[in-house]
Design a protein around this ligand. Structure first.
Ligand SMILES: Cc1ncc(COP(=O)(O)O)c(C=O)c1O
Length: 391
């Protein structure tokens, strides 16, 4: 019999199944475990957004939406981005996508030719590597552990010089999954200066922009608008992961081209969920604030425990993840540590090395979980570490 998998797109062989998902599935089977692996808000979608969706159904908004999205949503998105972050995209410079995930895919597939290189600072959200690989591109992973998990202008310039003209894109994610690191306006300006007038796109994943704890969110799009492709959405800001609404922003000439991949892969996103998202970005422009305050309290609680235990953490300033280095006297293989912690300590935290070079010896804890769970999880962690230290 012929083995038909041999005849698939060869790029697929280069795409790994998700280690994070495997770990999360393993951890889920363990009774009474406290789960810090989740990448989505534990809050429910605000009531006015649900009501907008219900109204939309009653109004028979059951037909195809315009390919790039309903005008109401694109108008609200345009105003939201301008008022909140001084990002200036007209409604025609925005595509409504199937979550930020489709926005990333559309941008990457639209830009890359086979063999093109994409600079990805690590530790990173692994989806970027998979998308670049599927598009026939070559991910260039840049370890940022030595620079506080940030891509510096020096590292960027050095990498561009070393990798040469095949570099077509750099992917930046701030606030970052998995590290929670953010960039200041000065840091973004300096990165923009390196990229300016080079034929390189900056794909900026700002899906966590509303979850910024200590300073206002800044965007590279303010300093390098012609080369920036913005990815954002309502999944994290409005606790709407299941509604699958993302946003892609870019100058008009680029949007006209990006729209082709979007249209031919998904036609348009669901009309009802777009109506709900229009309410999120219109009436609900500050819906994230109470959630942000809750996340901030949780972050501080976990940080204090990790500090006490001798773990080393770069204080996360955004998103809802803590990336912490295992205390030096404990098991240093992060995968071994995480599996043992899950089985014997009843705490599930993702091994840091699953996020790429620079993540060895780290764990990622998501604090998108209730304070009661967090308190129990930290007690479990303390007990586990105490046992390790006396065994
Ligand atoms: C950095 C980052 N980008 C994009 C996404 C996907 O967002 P969406 O659910 O809107 O597709 C996630 C989800 O965890 C993420 O962490």
């Amino acid at each position: 019999m012929m083995e038909m998998t041999n005849y698939l797109n060869r790029q697929l062989a280069g795409v790994k199944a998700s280690d994070i998902l495997n770990f999360a599935n393993f951890a889920q089977q363990i009774p009474n475990i406290i789960n810090f692996t989740l990448g989505e808000p534990d809050f429910n979608t605000p009531e006015h957004i649900k009501q907008a969706a219900i109204q939309s159904i009653h109004d028979d908004h059951s037909h195809y939406a315009p390919a790039n999205g309903t005008l109401a949503l694109r108008e609200n998105a345009s105003t939201f981005l301008a008022n909140k972050y001084q990002q200036h995209y007209t409604p025609d410079e925005i595509i409504v996508t199937q979550g930020a995930t489709e926005a990333l895919y559309t941008a990457i597939v639209s830009v890359l030719n086979p063999g093109d290189k994409v600079i990805i600072p690590t530790p990173t959200f692994p989806l970027y590597i998979a998308d670049v690989t599927v598009a026939g591109g070559q991910p260039v992973l840049v370890n940022t552990a030595a620079t506080g998990f940030k891509l510096t202008p020096e590292l960027l310039a050095e990498t561009i010089t070393r990798e040469g003209e095949a570099v077509k894109m750099v992917i930046l994610n701030y606030p970052s999954n998995p590290t929670g690191v953010v960039y200041s306006p000065e840091e973004l300006k300096a990165l923009a200066d390196v990229l300016r007038d080079k034929p390189i796109f900056a794909l900026c994943d700002e899906i966590y922009s509303e979850l910024h704890y200590d300073q206002p969110h800044a965007s590279l799009s303010a300093y390098l608008p012609e080369q920036t492709i913005l990815v954002t959405g309502v999944s994290k800001s409005h606790a709407m992961t299941g509604w699958r609404i993302g946003l892609l922003g870019a100058p008009q000439s680029l949007i006209n081209e990006l729209s082709k991949i979007h249209q031919f892969t998904i036609t348009s996103t669901a009309t009802v969920t777009q109506d709900a998202a229009a309410s999120a970005l219109g009436q609900g422009k500050d819906d994230a604030l109470p959630m942000r305050d809750a996340y901030s309290t949780r972050r501080d609680y976990i940080l204090a425990t990790l500090d006490d235990l001798g773990f080393i953490t770069v204080k996360p300033e955004g998103a809802f993840y803590i990336y912490t280095k295992i205390a030096p006297d404990l098991e240093q293989d992060d995968e071994k540590f995480a599996y043992d912690l899950a089985e014997r300590g009843l705490v599930a935290a993702v091994p840091g090395s699953y996020f790429g070079p620079g993540g060895e010896h780290y764990l990622r804890l998501s604090y998108a979980t209730s304070m009661a769970e967090i308190k129990q999880g930290m007690t479990n962690l303390k007990n586990y570490v105490a046992r390790q230290r006396t065994e």
